[in-house]
Design a protein around this ligand. Structure first.
Ligand code: SAH
Length: 222
């Protein structure tokens, strides 16, 4: 059985990574985001063989051809989301659970959906489950969202969306925000939408990133 340990060495490498996210070009300015990430042992979310590179600012493969997003991307999306404690946040694309954990560490109530059965099943054995009872896991299609638990204060899409999913706009509170990488071919433009009282939304555009695609329907289940 794997033994999870957050050693001084891990903590030191993590601190360096966090400093680099703050200092780089278009660096992260939200200390709340950086502090949350500094509190989470990212190497727990990767195969133990990748332990020594867990604190490089890179994306890595996880199971089922999916990825754990690059730390800078996680920090960037989280900063745009302007997370406040106790907010209800819907995340599309659970993947490695790292992004969901960052939101939970910031005090949010996190509802996260994954379309790949194997990745969803892995969440049942999530090593930090008892530390983050504020994360709820769902197996389903993120295009549909979670109507039963709506409305949400914030929605975060962590896969490249081919269009803005209309069901997710419906599930956002008035004044609520959604952050998503919108597909435009090779790379995606990061967008932040704010829902207005009349049900429409305001759009802000940010930098380009590269995400795995947001796909329709569920995979791997019955
Ligand atoms: N937030 C993740 C990033 C994982 S990559 C992390 O922190 O590691 C994107 C994930 O979105 C993949 O696991 C992929 O299977 C999932 N995904 C893609 N389309 C989806 C959809 N329609 N609904 C739910 N999950 C989806």
């Amino acid at each position: 059985m794997r033994i999870f340990e957050d050693t001084y060495r891990h903590k030191g490498l993590r601190k360096k990574l966090i400093d680099s996210l703050r200092e780089r070009e278009n660096g992260i300015t939200s200390e709340a985001v950086l502090e949350a990430m500094n509190n989470i042992p990212r190497h727990y979310f990767l195969d133990s063989a990748l332990d020594h590179i867990a604190y490089e600012d890179r994306a890595f493969p996880i199971a089922e051809g999916q990825t754990i997003s690059q730390p800078y991307t996680v920090a960037y999306q989280t900063e745009l989301l302007q997370v406040k404690p106790h907010e209800k946040i819907l995340e599309i694309g659970t993947g490695s659970i790292y992004q969901a954990t960052v939101l939970a560490e910031m005090g949010a109530k996190v509802f996260t959906i994954e379309r790949q059965k194997k990745l969803f099943d892995a969440s049942k054995k999530f090593v930090l489950k008892s530390r983050y009872p504020n994360i709820k896991f769902f197996y389903g299609d993120g295009f549909e969202g979670l109507p039963t638990f709506a409305p949400f204060d914030k929605i975060l899409i962590t896969a490249a969306a081919p269009f803005i999913p209309p069901q997710l706009i419906k599930q956002l509170k008035t004044g609520g925000k959604m952050v998503l990488p919108l597909d435009a071919g090779e790379s995606q433009r990061m967008l932040r939408l704010t829902k207005l009282e009349d049900g429409t939304y305001e759009e802000e555009m940010f930098h380009h990133f590269s995400f795995v695609p947001m796909l329709k329907g569920k995979s791997g289940g019955r």
